[in-house]
Design a binder for this molecule. Sequence first.
Ligand SMILES: NC(=O)c1ccc[n+]([C@@H]2O[C@H](COP(=O)([O-])OP(=O)(O)OC[C@H]3O[C@@H](n4cnc5c(N)ncnc54)[C@H](OP(=O)(O)O)[C@@H]3O)[C@@H](O)[C@H]2O)c1
Length: 235
Amino acid sequence: MATTNPAGLVRPIAVIGGTGPAGMGLALRWARAGETVIIGSRNEERAQQTAAAIQRRAGPDAIVSGMENAAACAAADILMLTVPFEGQATLLKELKPAMTAGSILIDATVPLAASVGGRASRTLGVWQGSAAQQAAELVPKEVSVVAAFHNVSADMLNGDAPLDCDVIVCSNDADASQLTRELAAKIPGVRALDGGPLQNARIVEQITALLIGMNIRYKGHAGVRITGLPPTAYR
Ligand SMILES: NC(=O)c1ccc[n+]([C@@H]2O[C@H](COP(=O)([O-])OP(=O)(O)OC[C@H]3O[C@@H](n4cnc5c(N)ncnc54)[C@H](OP(=O)(O)O)[C@@H]3O)[C@@H](O)[C@H]2O)c1
């Protein structure tokens, strides 16, 4: 079932930077779950090719299209940002005029040191505290920023098996956090948890660097599971 607004209209999800492994994997899982997905790219043709590839895998009932990033932003009010840290700020400044008031921007950016030629198992300091907080400074004030999906393996998302991980969601907007948790829970095997305010994104982003180090060490696809909370905590 697609996510709808109070008027019953379908709310498409625009995956900005959706041609990379993280965006493609999320798009695939949401398309399979019945969401309407728009792949965004700096290049319209690449977006459309990626959308066609996801459509083939998700099946004939899936609704997936491809657009240049700004057009994708303008066509949706749920925006999933999956670009590398080095491109995040410039891209958000470019896309700001295309974002509509009331939109939700879900940010998965991890400020990896690889962005500046360093190691993927280390992070950079971000002045605002986290990449997600940087994003919040750059979008219109009527756009709510949510931090999520940092600790999910793109390799696992792009497979067919259920995942074995939790998604920690941080936001200062309770409704946007809840909607993001509902979207996360549509991915088989994923449980979504309220990780508190957006400033906690700094902790969640850092965990990814730890997971990448473990993946290198053990040659795996590590994720996190949070235990010991009441069943009602998990969506
Ligand atoms: N890979 C994972 O397992 C994983 C897991 C969790 C979170 N993340 C985070 O999710 C984000 C995306 O990860 P990824 O592995 O999919 O990244 P990626 O393949 O490096 O980049 C994703 C897409 O972003 C666009 N892009 C690249 N450089 C850009 C720039 N300078 N400005 C604007 N757009 C640019 C490209 O699309 P176009 O060229 O088509 O525009 C590219 O296909 C990263 O911040 C990463 O830390 C990744």
